[in-house]
Ligand binder design. Structure first.
Ligand code: 5GP
Ligand code: MG
Ligand code: MG
Length: 182
């Protein structure tokens, strides 16, 4: 067992479960955009692994871009105040856009991102979220493609961090509470 695995109290989704769900999402997206080349915008940093796997499960042409945001709050919950750290490079005016996000907690980040993307006047905007915590929402944000709904617990791995660590775990797990609660 490696050092990081000891910090995990339970594995929620293993590599096989994640890849199975991503193949289903990829098929759904491929079928919905048959006559289009959507621009898939991954939200950094948490969404980088999900986007990388998702685009490889999609069988239609896509373009890839990234948006990096930061929100302020504690290490395990966000206040919803968002700043753009890296803007998109592709001109998305009149394009079909799919925002790819790792996890929705309060929903404040995704609500901000959707508003921001709409300002660029895409012809359509859909959102694909790997994990959702419905019990934690503070705004009635909606999304179009969802990997899994989970309980209101802090998870790491598969792109998701705690203080920048654990992103490289190949599975999604619950971080032991004693590591972040005083
Ligand atoms: P929201 O604005 O929906 O509250 O949260 C947005 C961001 O907070 C997510 O994109 C993610 O970066 C971070 N976040 C929320 N819940 C979790 C979690 O359980 N684990 C990790 N690692 N990050 C989370
Ligand atoms: Mg995120
Ligand atoms: Mg984070």
């Amino acid at each position: 067992m490696n050092q990081m695995n000891c910090d995990i109290s339970a594995v929620l989704f293993d590599e096989y479960q994640i890849q199975t769900r991503i193949r289903e999402l990829g098929l759904e997206i491929s079928n919905s955009y048959k006559n289009s080349t959507p621009v898939m915008i991954g939200i950094l940093k948490g969404g980088f692994i999900f986007l990388a796997d998702l685009v490889r499960s999609i069988t239609i042409p896509v373009e890839v871009d990234f948006l990096a945001i930061s929100s302020y709050g504690t290490k395990t919950s966000s206040s919803g105040v968002v700043k753009i750290r890296k803007d998109i490079d592709i001109d998305i005016t009149g394009r079909d856009v799919i925002v790819v996000e790792d996890i929705v907690d309060t929903g404040l980040s995704l609500a901000y991102i959707k508003d921001y993307i709409w300002q660029h006047k895409p012809s359509s905007l859909k959102t694909c979220v790997l994990l959702d915590k419905p019990d934690a929402h503070k705004t009635d944000v909606t999304f179009d493609y969802i990997g899994y709904s989970i309980k209101n617990e802090f998870v790491v791995g598969y792109g998701l961090d705690f203080a920048e660590k654990y992103r490289n775990l190949p599975f999604i797990g619950i971080l032991k509470e004693e590591l972040y609660k005083c």
